[in-house]
Ligand binder design. Structure first.
Ligand code: ZN
Length: 57
């Protein structure tokens, strides 16, 4: 059988693609992934206060 080996190869390839795809999403995710509850401006995760309105984050 010529196609027997291609099935696990495809599964491995898909798993690698899924894992690297998730990593790619994490890498490409913007730093500011949350917003201020007060003024709805983008806020970075390490910000303690909103620079726009001073709301504690
Ligand atoms: Zn704000």
């Amino acid at each position: 059988m010529f196609l027997m080996w291609i099935v696990p190869l495809l599964l491995i390839g898909f798993a690698v693609y899924a894992i690297s795809g998730n990593k790619l999403v994490t890498v490409l995710k913007p730093v500011a992934d949350r917003t201020c509850p007060q003024c709805n401006q983008a806020a970075q995760n390490n910000w303690k206060n909103c620079p726009h309105c001073g709301q504690a984050l």
